[in-house]
Design a protein around this ligand. Sequence first.
Ligand SMILES: NC(=O)c1ccc[n+]([C@@H]2O[C@H](COP(=O)([O-])OP(=O)(O)OC[C@H]3O[C@@H](n4cnc5c(N)ncnc54)[C@H](OP(=O)(O)O)[C@@H]3O)[C@@H](O)[C@H]2O)c1
Length: 308
Amino acid sequence: MALRITFCCSHTKAEPWLAGFRAALPGVDITEWAPGAPQAEHAVVWSPPQQFLDEQPALRGIFNTGAGVDALLKLRLPPGARIVRLDDAGMSVQMAEFVCHAIVRNFREFDGYAADVAEGRWSYRKPRVRAEYPVGIMGLGVLGERVARAVAQFDFPVNGWSRTPKQIDGVRTFHGMAALPDFLAASRFLVCLLPLTGDTRDILNRDTLGRLTPGGHVINVARGGHLVDDDLLALLDSGHLAGATLDVFRTEPLPAEHPFWRHPRITVTPHTSARTLRDETIAQIAGKILAMERGEAVAGVVDPSKGY
Ligand SMILES: NC(=O)c1ccc[n+]([C@@H]2O[C@H](COP(=O)([O-])OP(=O)(O)OC[C@H]3O[C@@H](n4cnc5c(N)ncnc54)[C@H](OP(=O)(O)O)[C@@H]3O)[C@@H](O)[C@H]2O)c1
């Protein structure tokens, strides 16, 4: 009997994905899931309902069409299923350009120049000293490492923080909770690229952000649950932080009445820093399904005990 794959991604039209998988995996039976659908061996998902997982106890592989698996890990999973996250698939270069853009835009004061130009003013600002704007990257995984290397190309001092020790050329690395205060004190731009877990929820708060070099700028491109919104606003109002670039929020879409929308020193983008690219994603998942069927190990298998 043909290998069966079920597709359950509510945020996107199924047909182009199904066509892509049929082209990549000839002979495989892939259909969009609906309640009561036949049992499949593999699933391609984004934020599936609990009913989907309850009705698919035979799943061996659950392929998440994104890097973050926090939503999936909140659900009750079939006992024999492994969650496989997307690793890179065109996301890390997008994340690197988003973060570099945010840093360079603020470091070079491009918003200030745009305001001057809009008023017909030909003005110069004193060049800032790069060494006074060290960049701290929280999370040195698939995305964080690529971002750290990209930022280092602009000659900013770069610090990185992870759970376990890491060595990256051009990056001063720290690891573990005990090293977090030193990492923060050594950073002025702070980029969050952590997974959302029990250990990292609310990690961007009054205490941690208060340890950044004054005049700091927070870039959250991981999950809204990392940031305590009111603490960020208080530190911006006190002048300790100069600004924030936020791509992710506790509630998405960001509610119309949320103060982030109108804050003069917060830039909001609609969870768009690193989008899932369909062709790259299909190629990667198809390759992993074939490898798993041959009994080979695949990259990106999530460890539920770690939460990422
Ligand atoms: N905004 C967007 O469009 C977008 C797109 C894609 C992903 N994301 C978010 O970005 C996150 C990171 O993605 P990724 O692919 O780079 O993840 P990843 O490869 O799993 O890397 C996670 C990194 O965080 C570190 N980490 C985890 N828990 C930690 C802790 N308690 N203390 C210190 N460091 C900790 C890990 O340390 P070790 O190296 O020691 O394990 C690792 O370096 C995703 O989880 C997702 O939430 C956002």
